[in-house]
Design a protein around this ligand. Sequence first.
Ligand code: CAA
Length: 258
Amino acid sequence: MPEFILVNPQVAPFVAHLQLNRPKELNALNLELMLEIKEALIQLDADPKVRAIVISGNERAFAAGADIKQMAGRTAMDMLKIDQFSTWDSIRKTKKPMIAAVSGFALGGGCELAMICDIIIASETAQFGQPEINIGIMPGAGGTQRLTRIVGKNKAMELVLTGTFISAQQAHYYGLANKVVPIEFYLSEAIKMATLIAEKSPLAVQLAKESVLRAYEMPLQEALYFERKNFYMLFASEDQKEGMAAFVEKRKPEFTGK
Ligand code: CAA
């Protein structure tokens, strides 16, 4: 049984909910918690009854970053041997769409975890930041890279170099948060978005997610070829036949993931 997370594999039809549950420490991401997230995501990714995953903390904090108390005494060689970022690499490889439901603090590794997700729904109270500079380090789980790609160089530079936080509204303005909603709705709104995605063909969703992510990782021409291959591949699926037949017959498609 995991100690630091709660997993509900069916919070809504085909939607799972993974909640970080270390509230006293503002969901600080110790190594154990990250390993639990990794293992849970591997299981949810393999579960055919799950088509989208919502990741949340609680109202006060999504996550206030890597666990500073756990890291404080470590040497560079300790960090190298512990290799915590291989856990993050595994999380990044999750094939199903992940929606971060962010309320309160999403700082350091917390902001980085939200950015590994594919969509961010923020409560009006959310605060995002990369404050590692305040404790003599810098972001290590993708903060300098993903944040820069999302908000642009100058804003990323400001956040990473000053360690200041931005509000949910600012995060929305810079394209970091997809939507900002009153605090009482941040989780239900994320589940609603996940449900909308879970109604689609899971195969099409998986390949579409993979293709969008390639926009970050490949030169345009190669990424366009990648997209094209995935597009053609979907014509081998029953879901493509069903989706198009349903359109022609003016009915709702029933996708099976085949
Ligand atoms: N690690 C360990 N413990 C943390 C923590 C963290 N990142 N963030 C908060 N906590 C703990 C606090 O130590 C405190 O515990 P105690 O009650 O035992 O003292 C508890 O959570 C509540 O926190 P505060 O009393 O500080 O609450 P606050 O409302 O006054 O302040 C905060 C909230 C602004 C988020 C403040 O806690 C804070 O600045 N936290 C650290 C944020 C940070 O620097 N994150 C980056 C970490 S490094 C990183 O993430 C590296 C990476 O790229 C992977």
